[in-house]
Every structure is written in C-alpha cells, then in structure tokens.
Design a protein. Structure first.
Length: 471
C-alpha cells in the first residue's frame, strides 16, 4: 500500500512526467528509425539484386548469340552449380519448364517479358514433401524461337537480412528502453526523496523553527541552487526576526526608564509654582524628548537600511571626499575633548554606495571615538584613514581609549547595547548597529579590532570594508 502511494506521488511529479514524455517520444522516434533503416536496407539490397540479375541476363543473352541453345544450356548449367546460385529456368512457349534448377514455378511467371511485377513462389528439387515454397524475383526474356528464359534471385537472403536488422534494432531499443525506465525510476525516486526532505524541513519552518534549513546534497544541481537561495532567504528572515525581537525587548527596557522619567518631570513641572523652575523643567523635558526622537529616528534609519528600500539609490561616490568632510566637521568637537584629529586619506578613492548613509556611518564612528577614546593620556589622537586594502576599500577610525574586549565585539553591534552600564555618556546604543546595517546594504562589513598603540589603552579601530573597490 505504501509502495502504491509512493508510486502515485512519483507519477504526479513534474520530473517524472517529463521523463515519461521523453521516453514516449524516444520510442516513437526509435520505431520510425527501425522501419526506416530496414526499409532502406531492403531497397538497397533489391537494387543490388536487380543490377546483378540484369548483368546475368546480358551475359546469358550473349552466350545464346555466340553459341545458340547449346551454349545457353552449358552456361546456365555451369552457373546453376555454383554455391548460392541464382534461379535459371528455360521454358517452352506455353510456359512448361524444359530445364533449370527449380522443380516448379508459380503459374503466370512467363506471361510477360521483363521484370516480374511481384515476387513469385517456386519449389526446389531439394524440398521434401513438395510443400515448401520460396519467394523470388526475376527477369524473363524470350529467344527468337519462342523459348522463354528466367533468371531469378531467391528473396530469402534479403528477407533474412531485413529480419536480422529489424531484430537487432528492436533488441537494442528494448535494452535502451529498459535502461531508460530504470534510470527514470531511480532519478524520480531520488528526486522524490529530496522533495520529501524539503517538505519535512518546510513543515518545521512553518511551525516556527526558523533555525531549520533546507537540505543541500552538494551536487550543485537545480535542487541545491534552489535550496541554497531559500536558505539564504531563511537566514535573512531569521536575522530580521531576531532583530525585531531584540528591538522589542530593548525598547521595553531602554526606553521605559526615559519615558517614565519624562512623565515624572512633566508632573513635577505641572505642580511647580515658580515660573523660572517650571521653565527649567520644561527645557529639560524638551531635551529628553529630543533624545527620544533621535533614538526613534535612528531605529527608523536602521529599519530602512535593513529593508533595502534605498538600495536603488546607490551610485558611484567619492569616499575620500566624504571621509575628509566628516573629519573636518568633527575636528572642533575632538579639540574640545582634548583630542587631535589625524587624517590619512588617500585621494580619489571611489565605491558604489549612498552618500548620505556612508557619511552617517563615518560620523557615527568618529562620534564614538570622541566619546570613548579619551580615557588615555591627554592629547590622545583620533585617526581617520582611507586606503586600498586587500579586500577592498577601507575606512578606518582609530582611537586610543580602553577599546572593546574581543568577546564583547559581537554584542556592541546589537541595538541598544552599551558597555557603559552607568550610562554616564550620552548615546542610544544604536551607532554601531546603524554602521553594520549600512555596510550590509553596501555588501561590505564592519570589522572591530585593537588599535594597539598603548599597553594600558589598546584603543579601538573600526574599519568599514567596501568590496569591489574602484580605482
């Protein structure tokens, strides 16, 4: 019962139906080929037979002209004794056999001169019982005295050849057909198993387990290519789903406190009698509201970038000029923090990207470097470098602060994650998340590493790598 069910499913699959259609077309073409080849071989053999008989007739007529009836008889007798001899018959004007190497002929063979219109039956002297008949074709001509002469050829050999060729072709085609069916069944069964595995994985994914992936056999066929594409899509969906979950959790934790504080300050301002104090409270509320707006704007920007809604806006941009403008913009801020901005920007380096987003990413890295890169000695540097790297165009922003431990680097690019648990420095914890999203949109990556310019302050170097750099 199970086998019947599997065969039913197998028969409904597109691959098996196409295979069955190909087998039917192959069988029709093969049958046509068999009859065409055998018919062609038969025609060629008949033409060769007629040509040989025509030459025989010419030679026999020449013998009669040279030596009369006696020479004719001797010539026909000599030819009749040769192995595989033709049919030689001399008959009276009324069709009675006078001499030859056949015992009897089908009536009407001598009625007309020339080639016989159809194969005729004859009987040999060696046939036992007098019932065995053979088919032949021949040429009849008349002598001056009315004697009729038949030179013929047995059709048994051409028939045997035709039958042998047809049988050989049929056997070969039968073997090919059986092989095709076996291969068809094996391929269809294997395809069905792979589809079953895909269906099983899909059911788990539908049930909510986004960590499942469609099976890939490694053969590189269309099933593998489709599974790989769908696995990539599933990975992206899982990543977005995880990001959405993290955002929901982080909003609940990180924005609940500011909103509660904002609400309490608003209540205090409402109850404040002193106009000056009320104004100061309202200004504080506005400042914190602005900070919340910036947080939500950053979240919207990350969502917009991750959704790829601005992917069509990518053009060839001058990375060197964007980095120089960003460094110049933040240079006064760095000086106020007691830091020095050092630029190592190779001119004329371009890549395909979005100018606004790349500028925002560089600004985020420089802003982080200013905030967290001044824990070292006074006069620490912030270095902005743009150069050609082994993997593509690189934009690196280095500071001389405490850096980030290697085991924490995967965490800091998540939304709302801040290593400053005391929240003593301004920020939303979304800067590096936005940079990573921007690099993912551009097909690049964000790499975090130690600056390594001081034993106590390893510093942090954030490098944006753009692939496919243009010279």
């Amino acid at each position: 019962m199970r086998l019947k069910s599997r065969l039913g499913v197998l028969a409904k699959s597109t691959a098996v139906r196409l295979s069955a259609l190909y087998i039917i077309l192959f069988a029709l073409c093969a049958a046509f080929l068999v009859f065409y080849v055998t018919g062609l071989a038969e025609r060629i053999l008949n033409n060769q037979t007629r040509e040989a008989l025509r030459q025989e007739v010419t030679e026999i007529q020449g013998a009669f002209e040279r030596g009369g009836i006696n020479q004719l008889l001797r010539t026909m007798e000599r030819r009749a004794r040769q192995p595989g001899a033709n049919l030689y018959v001399i008959a009276s004007p009324n069709g009675e056999i006078l001499a030859g190497n056949v015992a009897s002929l089908q009536p009407g063979v001598f009625d007309e001169e020339g080639w016989t219109n159809f194969p005729f039956r004859y009987q040999r002297y060696t046939d036992s019982g007098g019932v065995k008949r053979h088919l032949a074709t021949g040429h009849v001509f008349m002598l001056d005295n009315g004697i009729r002469v038949l030179v013929g050829r047995d059709l048994g050999e051409p028939g045997k050849l035709r039958l042998l060729v047809r049988q050989a072709l049929m056997v070969a085609l039968l073997i090919m057909g059986i092989g095709a069916v076996v291969i068809w069944f094996a391929i269809g069964r294997n395809a069905l198993k792979r589809i079953d595995r895909v269906s099983a994985a899909s059911e788990k994914i539908i049930s909510g387990d986004l960590s499942q992936r469609l099976p890939v056999s490694g053969s590189g066929d269309e099933f593998d290519r489709l599974s790989s594409s769908l696995n990539g899509m599933l990975g992206r969906i899982e990543q977005l789903n995880e990001g959405l979950k993290q955002v929901s959790d982080n909003i609940a934790h990180d924005l609940k406190t500011p909103l509660t504080r904002l609400r309490n300050k608003a209540a205090d301002a409402l109850n404040e009698d002193d106009a000056q104090a009320k104004k100061a409270a309202l200004e504080t509320i506005i400042a914190e509201s602005d900070q919340l707006i910036r947080t939500f704007n950053a979240l919207l920007m990350i969502s917009r970038v991750e959704a790829g809604s601005i992917a069509a806006e990518l053009t060839d941009i001058d990375i060197s000029a964007i980095a120089a403008d960003s460094a110049e913009l933040y240079e006064p801020v760095a000086e106020e923090a007691g830091q020095t901005m050092v630029c190592e920007i190779a001119p004329g380096l371009s890549a395909r990207g979005n100018r606004e987003l790349v500028g925002q990413a560089i600004a985020n890295l420089i802003d982080n470097a200013i905030k967290y890169g001044s824990q070292g000695d006074a006069g620490s540097e912030i270095r902005v470098r743009v150069s050609r790297g082994s993997d593509g165009l690189e934009i690196a922003v280095s500071d001389q602060g405490l850096g980030i431990a290697e085991d924490k680097r995967a965490e800091v690019v998540k939304r709302f994650v801040r290593l400053d648990k005391s929240r003593s420095k301004p920020g939303t914890g979304l800067g590096l998340s936005l940079v990573e999203a921007i690099m993912a949109l551009h097909g690049g990556r964000l790499v975090l590493s130690d600056t390594r310019n001081h034993p106590d302050y390893p510093g942090l170097t954030a490098t944006m790598v753009f692939p496919g750099m243009k010279p």
